[in-house]
Design a protein around this ligand. Sequence first.
Ligand SMILES: C[S@@+](CC[C@H](N)C(=O)[O-])C[C@H]1O[C@@H](n2cnc3c(N)ncnc32)[C@H](O)[C@@H]1O
Length: 248
Amino acid sequence: MSSAQLYDTIGATYTVTRRTEPRIAAQVWAALGDARTVLNVGAGTGSYEPSDRDVTAVEPSAVMRAQRPAGAAPCVAAAAESLPFEDESFDAAMAFATLHHWQDPIAGLREMRRVARRVVVFTHDTSETGWRGRFWLTRDYLPEIADLLVGRPSLTELASAIGARTEPVLIPWDCADGFFEAHWRRPEAYLDDHVRRGVSVWARVGPEPEQRAVHSLRDDLVSGRWAERNRDLAALDAAELGLRLLIA
Ligand SMILES: C[S@@+](CC[C@H](N)C(=O)[O-])C[C@H]1O[C@@H](n2cnc3c(N)ncnc32)[C@H](O)[C@@H]1O
């Protein structure tokens, strides 16, 4: 199943838990610099689109496009790997939490680079030290995540494809956008079906690993084992879990 088809299947309830997190949006918008025209690739329902700039959106899933609010930026049905725009059509191109879905991420990044003078991409460092080993959910409950990463380019490969620098993105403890890592200090949230349905990882690993992870986490919350293992997190207001901006 392509990722656009995936979102046509799982995307219908996206806005229940997914929305712009203002502190992360501020970092993305700062990275856009003085860009007036902005292309948002893999735009989904319109989160993180700056309201003070001239935005054009690209989104392959009809279910996601249909949930864009009235008055949202115009949205073209297309994919990152083949953007239907002339070279240097935009001051900047942005992509948020979408690159891991692209069939060919390097091709998509090069397309963004082709059509815009500046590129800003929110993604994650999938290495053992960057993300998998740092986040307790992937490390202790969902090791199957490694299977989803086979054959995917590393953060270094992504950055060098477009000559980007990387910038860490901290996740506030009360992050408003319910992406996969958002509830790092609120572990009970992962027991909630609505929270998991807003994140494609759970659909992609399949029902058995999902149920095993949820049961195991529930047991550890009841027994106090989770709190014991993760006691350092209670004192943090924001966490560095390997999320990155690529800026070129
Ligand atoms: C997790 S959602 C993120 C949506 C939005 N950027 C946000 O932050 O809420 C991932 C989006 O990537 C889109 N997508 C999947 N494959 C894509 C591709 N090849 N090119 C562009 N977008 C794609 C999906 O349809 C989905 O809307």
